[in-house]
Design a protein around this ligand. Structure first.
Ligand SMILES: [Zn+2]
Length: 68
């Protein structure tokens, strides 16, 4: 059994044990920030970030353009 490897969308760092990473789930009307859980990270359309700073980069982009 191979653990899932997650990749930060901003910097590209990869981890199979993403402690303190952040999950964002969003559509064009709503953005939700979640603490890392396997359930949240594995949800359809979940996005993965290595930390608060990179989650914020994505949030700023979302405000500008929404999910696309
Ligand atoms: Zn990152």
């Amino acid at each position: 059994m191979i653990d899932t490897i997650y990749r930060c969308e901003i910097c590209g760092i990869e981890s199979d044990n993403p402690v303190r990473w952040i999950v964002i789930q969003c559509n064009d009307a709503q953005l939700t920030v979640l603490k890392w859980t396997k359930e949240a990270a594995g949800a359809p359309h979940a996005r993965h970030y290595c930390g608060e700073a990179h989650a914020q980069v994505y949030i700023s982009r979302w405000f500008e353009s929404f999910c696309g």
